[in-house]
Design a protein around this ligand. Structure first.
Ligand SMILES: [Zn+2]
Length: 493
């Protein structure tokens, strides 16, 4: 395991120095020589890789975006981002002393053994996809080296959550080539902690997951917010005693304070006292995830970053200008220690409020850089935000935030439809709501309309109450890896 403790004790200038050194080495020894995409990018833009000496020099490099990863006419475009080393490139691009060292190594080990070692470090052996429900998925590959990194980040999160060897983990993330499941799987493996990975609702069903849970009595449960919520409600309705749960870790979706509080209240009804709920953030292109440390439910420590593995910039999404500490903007990711699929200055499209801060974490004292957990994700933006309703662009993320936070709402779904299902008629917005018990059905629609109006300047045309079983079917919560929170049923013209 890579030493995490010394890194979390570094001062900010020490972190900067470490990142600059690693970036310099990474660009000149691995990326420029072996990445077909980036060598061309550097050459086309007449950038000498030796001039990238520090994180501040990154601004000379053009951004990489999702559009660069997918090319309509070339489904194998993602392969241009994979490092391809060979002896010829080593001789051509590495500095003389390193070439001599490599030659000596090759002599010492034998050419075949040297090639095998190179293959082990660089050869892709594993893959995860982006989880977007639209667009074609972008595959990201891992070599053995990257799997080791995945284990390292996983074990760092386990230590952030302060999970002891005597504790047990239950991994309810959907079993799929998606980061969350494997990050959890490898993190537990590396930390030497018992983990039961059920594959989620689609694989084992909610009853099956709960039976497994009652048998293994995990103190740590990880999964996507909507499914964990569904499982706890299922347990509450059947009077399960879940008092063994101490920590809930949520991934792959935005988590609001209101959601955390709702979940904590439901867990309390199942006998869970003082539960700690952690949010995490990760994305396919980074092949890693970051996490919050323990705080009370209404607080967030922000995500603790790995300054020895990556550099994050926060930029103005309109101008591309790099922002300062704690400022809002779009997150841009640069790897400084990976193999196989590699991206530099990757525009995530995710917007962070409160940016990145340094200095000791007020909750755990670690010095690692922290990123605000108030992030609007690209997947949300892509799938939801850019819905054009009634001719105006509507931020559906705001709708989701409001609906998730209202204590009286158990489940919800939004439908965007056309009046009379006529593609040329006006758009309509319908909110389906499964309320918690004891709400006033006569006054609730007006209350909800006001709330949504305040956040989005758009009032729904209709609010419909739906019983829970019907809502679960509508959402496909048990049958799909990602619930159908927003339905666009407008006929395509
Ligand atoms: Zn902390």
């Amino acid at each position: 395991m890579s030493a995490w403790r010394p890194i979390t004790a570094l001062s900010f200038p020490q972190i900067k120095a470490l990142q600059d050194r690693k970036l310099r080495h990474f660009v000149n020894t691995h990326v420029y020589p072996f990445s077909p995409y980036y060598r061309k990018l550097f050459d086309d833009n007449k950038i000498n890789p030796a001039h990238i000496r520090s994180a501040a020099d990154l601004k000379h490099l053009p951004f990489t975006s999702k559009l660069d990863l997918v090319a309509k006419d070339n489904p194998l475009r993602y392969m241009d981002f994979i490092l391809h080393p060979d002896q010829e490139k080593i001789r051509k691009f590495w500095p003389k002393d390193k070439v001599v060292l490599a030659a000596l190594k090759s002599l010492w080990m034998g050419n075949a053994a040297f090639k095998a070692a190179l293959g082990k470090e660089y050869r892709p052996i594993f893959m995860t996809f982006t989880t977007g429900t639209t667009n074609s998925p972008v595959p990201f590959t891992y070599s053995r080296y990257d799997i080791d990194n995945l284990k390292i980040s996983g074990s760092r999160m386990v230590s952030l959550f302060d999970v002891k060897h005597s504790e047990r983990i239950m991994n309810i993330f959907p079993y799929a080539p998606h980061l969350a499941f494997w990050q959890t799987f490898f993190g537990a493996l590396e930390s030497g902690i018992f983990a039961l990975s059920t594959g989620g609702g689609k694989v084992m069903g909610t009853e099956g997951n709960l039976t497994a849970m009652m048998r293994s009595k995990p103190s740590v449960v990880l999964g996507v917010p909507s499914y964990i919520y569904h499982m706890v409600r299922f347990a509450q309705d059947r009077d399960y005693d879940l008092s063994f749960i101490k920590k809930i870790v949520l991934g792959a979706s935005k988590v609001t304070v209101g959601y955390k509080q709702k979940l904590a209240t439901m867990l309390a009804a199942c006998g869970v006292k003082d539960v700690l709920i952690f949010g995490t953030y990760g994305f396919t292109e980074a092949r890693t995830a970051w996490a919050e440390c323990p705080t009370e439910c209404h607080l967030s420590s922000g995500y603790h970053l790995y300054p020895d593995k990556e550099i994050f910039e926060v930029i103005d999404p309109a101008t591309g200008a790099v922002k300062g500490e704690g400022e809002d903007g779009e997150l841009v990711y640069t790897s400084i220690d990976s193999r196989a699929s590699v991206v530099l200055r990757y525009r995530t499209g995710d917007l962070v409020k409160g940016g990145i801060t340094h200095g000791p974490c007020p909750y755990c004292g670690r010095m690692a850089l922290r990123m605000s957990s108030d992030i609007s994700r690209l997947s949300d933006v892509k799938d939801l935000n850019l819905s054009k309703i009634k001719g105006v662009l509507v931020n559906m993320d705001h709708f989701a935030g409001v609906l998730n936070d209202i204590a009286e709402i158990d489940e919800w779904q939004i439908e965007i439809r056309k009046h009379n299902n006529d593609p040329y008629d006006s758009d309509e917005l319908v909110v389906y709501v499964t309320p918690k018990k004891d709400i006033n059905e006569a006054t609730f629609p007006d209350f909800l309309k006001d709330k949504l109006m305040g956040a989005t300047e758009l009032a729904p045309n209709e609010i419909k109450f739906v019983p829970l079983p019907e809502m679960l079917k509508r959402l496909e919560i048990e049958t799909s890896n990602k619930e159908k929170r927003i339905l666009d049923t407008r006929p395509k013209v």
